[in-house]
Design a binder for this molecule. Structure first.
Ligand code: SAH
Length: 239
């Protein structure tokens, strides 16, 4: 049995969406992973099938009801417990490569997608899980965030990417952004491929790439670079 993803959403028709094509789509067809959606609206109780209500205390928009969410989560859980429960939320912990990797080594995920103004706060205590954010911006719903999260997890599953060695050098895997890539033609609009990459000297190429990765990380992401340097220092102390 492969990695099992269950997505709780008001828009099940958004899935698998882009995850049905390319790398993730092939892995889905090959049962490397599975994807199931649970339509939250199916757990509405009244004749209007409402899943949301006006915010207590007033204000704009609507709030997803905790009782309906709980019923949907319980139904999804009935078949497959032991999988981490994740709420997509701009207030959550920002997603990291490290987090994706640890989920990819587990049995699967249950993802809950919000809509409207978000979810009734009590759901987070009634059905404890992890709140996760795609970044410091607001989407209209959790679905695109769930698609992005799953895309990132699925490519880490064994056998999905051809060359696993290429993953180890990727952005974030070693705490740095990746070095720049080049391919043919050798000269493009007056700019040549850096000489060292054509030298065949593997040690020189590795050193150049490391240098480039460090320089790019230092200018673009001083936050990452600081942590990388700190990691190197504590690593040295251990040696
Ligand atoms: N009123 C909320 C935003 C609600 S957006 C606030 O200001 O925090 C509606 C839903 O979209 C959220 O419940 C969440 O599931 C999803 N969403 C929006 N932005 C997101 C982000 N950056 N990461 C993950 N999910 C997000």
């Amino acid at each position: 049995m492969g990695f099992a993803a269950t997505v709780l959403t008001l828009y099940p028709e958004m899935f698998p969406g882009p995850l049905g094509t390319a790398l993730a789509g092939r892995a889905l067809a090959d049962s490397v992973w599975s994807l199931e959606t649970v339509d939250i609206r199916g757990f509405a109780r009244d004749k209007h099938r409402s899943v949301d209500d006006t915010p207590a205390g007033g204000g704009p928009g609507m709030v997803m009801r905790a009782d309906i969410l709980a019923a949907a989560i319980d139904a999804a859980n009935a078949g497959a417990s032991g999988r981490p429960l994740v709420y997509l939320s701009p207030r959550g912990a920002p997603l990291t490569q490290e987090r994706l990797r640890s989920w990819s080594e587990g049995p699967g995920l249950m993802l809950v997608c919000g809509r409207f103004e978000g979810m009734d706060e009590r759901i987070f205590r009634a059905r404890p899980g992890e709140e996760v954010s795609l970044g410091d911006f607001v989407l209209s719903g959790g679905e695109p965030a769930a698609l992005a999260l799953l895309d990132g997890v699925v490519r880490l599953l064994p056998g999905v990417m051809g060359k696993t060695a290429s993953m180890e050098e990727e952005s974030f895997e070693n705490g740095l952004l990746e070095y720049p890539h080049y391919t043919r033609p050798r000269r493009f609009e007056g700019e040549e491929i850096p000489e060292v990459l054509l030298s065949g000297d593997h040690a020189a190429i590795a050193a150049w790439r490391r240098e480039q990765a460090e320089a790019i990380t230092k200018t673009r992401r001083p936050d990452l670079f600081g942590r990388y340097e700190q990691g190197k220092r504590t690593g040295d102390e251990r040696d």
